[in-house]
Design a protein around this ligand. Structure first.
Ligand code: HAM
Length: 420
């Protein structure tokens, strides 16, 4: 039979990585809770209109990358390419703004973008997404960036660079867009066909075009920071000063515009040298005006998302494969197998990670499996030992071995493992 493989760009997360995902999730929950963020769980599918209106009709995500289909009742649905739009939809739908002035939420789960798969880029990938509503002050920008860096450092990520920029607001951005259009006109022939079109539809998108020649042209383009209104300029200065107070180092990257249209004022990305071309581990920014644009009240917002796969890929090697078994029972012979089966499962009931081999293989092969399972102890139980009413407990690290009486064996083992 021909085998059926996974869909291109859709990846299995195998047990070693899944274990790391769990660890990263635990750290995220701990750090985010300490900053007052609470978890929200939202559907992975939404009405297509939600993403079109929020991310922007002329972004790559909406134009080329969404998994959209017509449902049986003809409704147009999309597998979410990101979580911000859905979190805002839920925030508005459940009137969360009515109960509290500031709402701090995070969510964890899969996103879907039909990008060209390559290292660090998948069609289904996981994000930890954080959103803060109801505060337009630079303190919340600094707080959220500080939390992101704290979280990434807590996972063990080294070699991270924070880049920030300001994207202005609806008062000052149009002047900048005009300057970009003027700069690009006359250079149209040097731009890729997509960017030639972008001049008229969404000139800022030329900044994150992946085509090299477009990058060279944009390197000499006007700088957005020279076009900020006094409100945006003051805000950006304060964010920088607060980050300095928090001892968070950063670079200003005037070319960073982010791939989604909803951003205003502060935008930021964290990169890691360990990643290569797809080097952004996390990205985010402020999006004042978006909640209103999606049918809610005039509420400011800011947030970020961390790419799980990219983060886990650049964590240091040590600590990988940390899956541990407390006890492996090497049972030799029928009576030992019977006793071992009972003991393994009784120990599991008591919360001990116990494992045994039911195939009644040789001691050598069972010890090999105990090593593979990273077992702290192995209990050697043979029919001969049973006759002598004892079993051998081997400490796999020190190789010390000692005889344990079969009476109260379960209790003795539990004490050993807990006191280790
Ligand atoms: P984003 O920059 O599109 O922002 O995605 C955030 C992170 O998700 C990226 O930095 C990257 O680590 C990861 N990521 C994105 N696409 C892929 C992919 N195809 N394969 C693997 N990882 C990927 C957002 O999604 C915004 N919603 C962030 C945000 C929240 N802004 C405000 N609030």
């Amino acid at each position: 039979m021909e085998k059926i493989t996974a869909i291109r760009g859709f990846k299995d997360i195998l047990p070693d990585d899944a274990f790391r995902f769990q660890e990263v999730e635990t750290i995220a929950r701990f750090v985010f809770n300490s900053f007052g963020f609470r978890e929200i769980r939202i559907p992975i599918m939404e009405k297509t209109e939600l993403f079109k209106r929020s991310i922007g009709e002329t972004t790559d995500i909406v134009e080329k990358e969404m998994y959209t289909f017509r449902d049986r009742d003809d409704e147009l649905l999309t597998l979410r390419p990101e979580a911000t739009a859905s979190v805002i939809r839920a925030y508005i739908e459940h009137n969360m703004f009515a109960n509290e002035q500031v709402t701090k939420l995070f969510t964890i789960g899969p996103m879907f973008r039909r990008e060209r798969p390559q290292k660090g880029r998948f069609r289904q990938f996981n994000q930890i997404d954080v959103e803060l509503f109801g505060d337009d002050k630079p303190q919340s920008d600094a707080e959220i960036i500080f939390m992101l860096i704290r979280f990434l450092q807590s996972t063990g990520l080294k070699d991270l660079q924070l880049e920030i920029n300001s994207l202005g607001c609806k008062a000052c951005r149009p002047t900048f867009s005009k300057a970009i259009i003027e700069f690009l006109k006359g250079r149209e022939n040097e731009l890729c066909p997509d960017c030639q079109r972008r001049i008229n539809t969404n000139p800022l998108r030329v900044f994150d075009c992946k085509v090299e020649t477009c990058g060279t042209i944009i390197a000499n383009a006007p700088r957005i920071l020279d076009f900020l209104c006094s409100d945006c300029e003051g805000h950006f200065k304060q964010v920088q000063s607060l980050l300095n107070d928090l001892k968070i180092s950063f670079d200003i990257n005037v070319r960073m515009v982010r791939g989604l249209d909803y951003y205003t004022k502060t935008a930021f990305e964290v990169k890691s040298g360990a990643l290569g071309a797809q080097n952004a581990v996390a990205g985010g920014g402020r999006y004042d005006g978006l909640v209103k644009f999606l049918g809610g009240p005039e509420v400011a917002g800011i947030g970020f998302a961390v790419g799980f796969e990219r983060l886990v890929a650049c964590l240091p090697e040590e600590g990988k494969n940390v899956f541990q078994t407390d006890l492996f029972i090497a049972a030799l012979g029928d009576r030992a197998q019977k006793l071992g089966f009972k003991l393994t499962n009784e120990l599991r009931r008591a919360g001990i990670a116990a494992e045994m081999d039911y195939a009644d293989k040789s001691l050598k092969s069972q010890m090999k499996r105990a090593d593979k399972l990273n077992s702290s102890f192995t209990l050697i139980l043979g029919d001969k030992e049973i006759d002598e009413k004892q079993a051998q407990l081997r400490n796999m690290k020190t190789k010390d071995q000692q005889a344990l009486s079969l009476d109260n064996l379960q209790k003795t083992i539990i004490t050993f493992i807990r006191e280790r």
